[in-house]
Design a protein around this ligand. Structure first.
Ligand SMILES: Nc1ncnc2c1ncn2[C@@H]1O[C@H](COP(=O)(O)OP(=O)(O)OP(=O)(O)O)[C@@H](O)[C@H]1O
Length: 611
């Protein structure tokens, strides 16, 4: 465990090494100071005052030395603890920033936040508190026993025999604490996750009148936690600690009885016995303190193990050298990918040409979102390659890849801060003009004029002070300001009010004009306006082409379109869609394209072909 801490400490490791050395010296001095009590007490009880003053003098020197060193050790413990805290945070932060985005699910985030707060503080308490107690628990009694050998070897022998028994009891206590600590940790993590989930799902729970079920999940988690806490108190505290203390007391009793037997047999005198028994109590006391440290050290070790799990998670492999990129295209070549060993993309191949729109279409769960996530390296493909601007996404630094991409996902997350902060996050060095242009194009100006503090309005935790449509427009402004050539867009399935929908659409038009767009498309007019439709089912591309080509083919896409169009009051003619009542009228999707806003300002390839 100490080796792991030394590794984590990096250039501050010598301070921790010095701390350990000083702690050992302090423990030895303490043991010697205890040991010298024997001749001192003997001299006192025998009335030998000249010998007494000699031992008092030696004892005083040792105690002053101990006091000074102990003070230095405590200070070094504090500075080592501060250094360890910052090293642990830095290592966790550095590593987490390199992990694939897909790693960050709610459970992992909950567990890491516990680890980075309570976990780190627990580990960094080691140099200040536990190290001293632990070293004292073993070194001081060892010195006491060594000195006992000099005064009365038989008592020392009993203490020596007791040592492995005490050690066994210590290990037993530590094992119990280890077990209950794991249970408590998982119960705490579960409760924290349930609590967050409970808070986040309030609107849904209330809307469906299922708050009781929500409470039940949380209640169950709380009950489990209470049980785990009780087990911790009963087993980790009372029983584990009790067994250890009992063993130590038994060892002390054995020494005591041996001493009395030796005195009864006139092997040692009563004065020696009193002095040696005082020494024996000094043998016991550090061991008792060690019991408390033992459990705490096991918790520290468990937290270090948890950190190792995070630090051992494979980060994204990335070369440091930037590569020369071509036009902003996206290509999938025979890509296979699975979550937890379940393959969900089975050999996906398609290419999105620069400055075109590709709509990913298909039933729920067919793999559309997964495709956009692979472009952004939330995960890496298991087999096959994903290329951005002509290069494998794994062949360029993540920063270069991210420079090519903007995301507009459904779950827009804004950071606590102002609207301006949130937009500028995309490019903190943007000029005021560039910022204003992005704001204008994304129609955030319309939001700002309605709010008392304009762009300096606080968006609240996660953007909670803004409506869904407003949050989306802020995130689009962010993407416009970033000005990446490829846009990954997860089209909102949730309905916005008509005015918000039109404004969001306007914002999206500005974002996607003259950029390469991969859109998880849900709305018919978006799908129909795409240059290419990739139709997926069960992780396989079953059809690919323009809307007209796929309708003409009369396959799975045509069925899908017909079904969706029918549900919207449109119907499919022999070749194209037509409104139900008047076959002579323009096709429904043409009407839709003409009347409803689309993503692209320029005509699509299919439109251009028709023209
Ligand atoms: N983080 C994840 N862990 C495990 N399985 C996942 C994860 N994300 C998605 N899946 C599974 O992968 C499959 C494809 O999911 P994906 O979200 O890509 O589909 P989709 O076509 O975008 O669906 P939808 O239209 O409903 O959003 C589904 O079976 C889904 O359950």
């Amino acid at each position: 465990m100490i080796r792991r801490m030394l590794r984590v400490m990096g250039e501050d490791a010598p301070a921790l090494r010095l701390l350990i050395a000083l702690t050992v010296v302090c423990a030895v001095l303490q043991g010697v100071a205890f040991g010298l009590l024997v001749p001192l007490i003997q001299a006192l009880l025998e009335g030998e005052f000249s010998r007494l003053w000699l031992w008092v003098g030696i004892e005083t020197v040792i105690l002053i030395g101990f006091g000074v060193l102990n003070y230095r050790t405590k200070l070094l413990g504090l500075t080592s603890s501060v250094a360890l805290t910052s090293h642990l945070w830095q290592r966790l932060g550095d590593h987490i920033s390199k992990l694939p985005l897909g790693w960050f699910n709610a459970e992992k985030v909950g567990s890491v936040s516990r680890l980075a707060s309570a976990g780190v503080f627990n580990v960094t308490g080691f140099p200040t508190q536990m190290l001293g107690m632990l070293v004292n628990a073993f070194v001081t009694p060892a010195v006491v026993v060594a000195l006992m050998f000099m005064f009365e070897w038989r008592l020392a022998f009993v203490a020596l025999i007791a040592a492995p028994i005490v050690w066994g009891a210590y290990q037993g206590t530590v094992a119990i604490v280890d077990f209950v600590d794991r249970r408590t940790h998982s119960a705490n993590t579960r409760t924290a996750n349930r609590l967050i989930e409970f808070a986040q799902t309030q609107p849904v729970l209330r809307a469906f009148g299922r708050t009781a079920q929500g409470y039940k999940l949380l209640d169950d988690a709380l009950v489990m936690q209470r049980k785990a806490d009780n087990t911790m108190i009963t087993w980790g505290g009372a029983i584990g600690d009790g067994i250890f203390r009992l063993t130590v007391q038994a060892a002390f009793t054995a020494i005591l009885l041996t001493g009395i037997a030796l005195t009864a047999g006139a092997t040692i005198g009563p004065v020696e016995l009193v002095a040696l028994l005082i020494l024996a109590t000094r043998f016991v006391q550090p061991l008792m303190e060690g019991a408390a440290a033992g459990g705490a050290v096991r918790t520290v070790r468990n937290n270090l193990n948890r950190m190792d799990v995070v630090l051992g998670t494979e980060p994204l492999s990335e070369p440091s050298a930037r590569v020369a990129l071509g036009e902003p295209s996206v290509e999938f070549n025979d890509v296979r990918f699975g979550y937890d060993d379940r393959e969900v993309l089975h050999g996906v191949t398609f290419a999105a040409a620069p400055r075109t729109m590709t709509a990913l279409v298909g039933p729920s769960g067919s793999g559309k979102t997964t495709i956009t996530r692979l472009v952004a390296r939330f995960w890496d493909a298991g087999l096959g390659t994903v290329k951005v601007a002509g290069e494998d996404v794994r062949s360029m630094p993540v920063e270069q890849l991210m420079g090519q991409l903007s995301f507009v996902f459904q779950d827009v997350y804004l950071f606590s801060g102002t609207i301006r902060d949130n937009i500028l996050m995309a490019r903190p060095d943007a000029t005021e003009d560039e910022l204003n242009e992005a704001i204008r194009q994304a129609r955030v100006d319309e939001i700002a004029t309605r709010l008392a503090h304009g762009l300096d309005t606080q968006v609240g935790e996660g953007g909670s002070a803004l409506s869904g449509g407003e949050r989306q427009r802020v995130s689009i402004a962010r993407a416009i300001l970033k000005d990446a050539p490829i846009v990954l867009l997860d089209e909102a399935t949730a309905a916005l009010d008509a005015e918000n929908e039109a404004l969001v659409q306007e914002a999206l038009n500005a974002l996607t004009a003259d950029r390469t767009l991969i859109v998880v498309a849900h709305r018919l007019q978006t799908i129909a306006a795409a240059d290419q439709i990739v139709f997926l089912e069960h992780g396989v591309i079953v059809e690919r082409g323009t809307h007209q080509e796929l309708i003409d083919a009369g396959g799975r896409y045509a069925d899908f379109w017909q079904e969706r169009a029918r549900s919207r009051g449109w119907r499919l003619g022999s070749k194209v869609l037509a409104p139900r009542r008047d076959d002579a009228a323009p096709s429904a999707y043409q009407s839709a394209l003409a009347s409803e806003p689309r993503y692209r300002r320029h005509s699509t390839r299919s439109q251009r072909d028709r023209e």
